[in-house]
Design a protein around this ligand. Structure first.
Ligand code: CA
Length: 263
């Protein structure tokens, strides 16, 4: 059994209600097959190599405002909405919830600081992976905690032909950001899929937690400075070292993301 197949068997064991449904549909979960019809991609740290600029701009702006946060803490909290991040900091440091004015002010400063950096490059390997996913006829959806217009607008420009407005979930669409499962549940709804018919590609601990809570097989691409262990402990189905590694392994992996057992 391959590493992936073992992970898929474990996925079915952890979701007996899904396995029962799949059997009724004529699938054999014990074969280690996942009938994947759509892939949900996180954006920052997955499609764009933007996390170094995000962590630097968050840390600088918050510290200047008097709210202390380290760059590593930014990575640990990656995926939260701007509101949730700022609220977490004011609760921790000042013992009170944040205010709307505070959020708007700090988030505007953070976006300004981020936009002063050079354009974040596309993540190496991301386009190769998207191409393979599209060629296989599977759906593609973006599910991001970001509300950063400069990046959201670049999705369609930098990755032409892969994304449509209707299949992008951003912080503007949800009530609860990651690590709440709502963004990924909304992604499933946009594609009309059940949790076991999708795969998530995430890079952040809280993003992985959100994906797992949505009941979806979650691949962690570790594109940042945190240890693999941090992603595995959040319940990642598998952890890969980069998007490039995932793109290179995709053809082999997708044999198990199929409706039929691989011969
Ligand atoms: Ca991310």
């Amino acid at each position: 059994m391959t590493h992936l197949q073992t992970a898929i068997v474990r996925y079915w064991q952890e979701h007996p209600e899904f396995a029962e449904y799949a059997r009724a549909e004529g699938l054999h979960p014990e074969d280690g097959i996942l009938p994947v019809r759509g892939i949900m991609f996180d954006m920052d740290g997955v499609l764009f190599d933007s996390m170094p600029y995000h962590s630097k701009s968050w840390a600088r702006v918050c510290n200047e405002y008097g709210l202390h946060i380290t760059e590593e803490e930014v990575y640990m909290n990656e995926g939260r909405t701007g509101f949730s991040t700022i609220n977490w900091l004011t609760e921790r440091q000042w013992g009170r919830a944040t205010t709307q004015e505070e959020v708007e002010h700090i988030y505007a400063l953070k976006c300004k600081a981020f936009n002063a950096y050079p354009e974040a490059p596309k993540m190496p390997g991301a386009e190769e992976l998207l191409r393979q996913v599209k060629a296989s006829g599977r759906m593609i959806c973006v599910v991001t905690g970001s509300g950063q217009a400069s990046l959201l607008n670049r999705l369609t420009g930098n990755y032409p032909g892969f994304f449509t407005e209707e299949r992008i979930v951003s912080s503007r669409d949800v009530k609860h950001g990651k690590p709440h499962p709502e963004p990924y549940i909304m992604g499933l709804e946009k594609m009309g899929l059940q949790p076991w018919e999708a795969v998530i590609v995430e890079n952040a601990p809280l993003g992985v937690r959100a994906g797992v809570a949505a009941g979806v097989f979650t691949i962690a691409a570790n594109t940042g400075p945190l240890a693999d262990k941090v992603l595995a402990e959040e319940g990642a189905s598998i952890v890969v070292p980069s998007m490039l590694a995932l793109a290179e392994a995709w053809q082999e992996l997708s044999r198990w993301f199929s409706c039929q057992p691989y011969p």
